[in-house]
Design a protein around this ligand. Structure first.
Ligand code: GLU
Length: 276
């Protein structure tokens, strides 16, 4: 069998909850022995805290999960994101954008517009062709041009909600995703760019993550194609929901692993609670 290298990529912005436990355990069990990787997604300097990173290590070790050192931290990878952005800029696929959220909402006020993509409303393209200076601006991908370069995209998902092979054409990418942000103002990257660059740098062969990120996957596959990086297999697992059927979020501290631990739960109890 071929070796499966996969990862768990939490952001240290709060306590891990049952949903994270399910995601981490699923990835750990799908990985070939010794090939489960941990990546700390801490590009959002305002929200990430070292104390939450320590809590992540503690909770995962308690669950019986182990990972090789050193752990990759996105806050230490600005050079890699800058190189990827440069390459996309050289291909003529990026532009600077100075729109605020309010500007975008105002531009989308026509009733037929405002389709929601994986990052919220599809950007109306206000700054495309304006040739603004990149300093202090966000950087967007020109989706139309990017798709003209790659043609249709394909990826496979082995998860329960979207099993099989998926194809995305230019029309789909332009209409329902649009000119995504590759670098947020002052960040030097965005979630999409960082995840693609880092999965490749870590040699990830299967991306295991929640089904809530399925709609972001075509963006990642496109960036892999543009940056000449391999496209891994995808496994978008089911989501752990609360009693009302809502997906658990970081603010659901009531379901924090640390709280169950403090109340005397065992790792086996956690596995049972998430249906493993
Ligand atoms: N950092 C993301 C999160 O905490 C996960 C990203 C991914 O798995 O691609 O939701």
């Amino acid at each position: 069998m071929t070796r499966v290298v996969t990862r768990f990529a939490p952001s240290p912005t709060g306590p891990l909850h049952l949903g994270h436990a399910y995601s981490a355990l699923t990835a750990f069990e799908r990985a070939s022995p010794g090939h489960f990787l941990l990546r700390i997604e801490d590009i959002d300097r305002d929200r990430c805290r070292p104390v939450w990173e320590t809590a992540i290590f503690d909770d995962l070790a308690w669950l019986g999960i182990s990972w090789p050192q050193p752990v990759m931290r996105q806050s230490e990878r600005a050079f890699a994101y800058a190189a990827a952005l440069d390459r996309l800029a050289t291909l003529g696929l990026t532009y600077a954008c100075r729109c605020t959220r309010a500007d975008i909402r105002a531009a989308l006020s026509a009733p037929q517009e405002g389709v929601a993509g994986p990052d919220g409303p599809v950007y109306p393209g206000t700054c495309r062709g304006r040739n603004l200076a990149p300093e202090g601006a966000a950087i967007r991908l020109d989706m139309g041009r990017a798709m003209a370069l790659t043609g249709p995209l394909a990826f496979t998902d082995s998860g329960p909600e979207h099993p099989g092979r998926h194809i995305r054409d230019t029309r789909h990418m332009v209409k329902t995703i649009g000119d995504v942000v590759l670098a947020r103002r002052g960040w030097g990257t965005s979630y999409h760019l960082a995840v693609v660059v880092d999965d490749a740098a870590q040699g990830v062969t299967e991306v295991t993550r929640g089904a809530d990120l399925f709609d972001a996957t075509p963006i990642h596959v496109l960036l892999q194609r543009l940056l000449n990086l391999p496209t891994p297999a995808y496994h978008h697992h089911r989501l752990i929901r609360d009693d009302q059927g809502k997906r658990l979020a970081k603010r659901d501290d009531a379901r924090a692993l640390a709280k169950y631990r403090a109340e005397g739960a065992t790792p086996q109890d956690i596995r049972r609670m998430v249906g493993l």
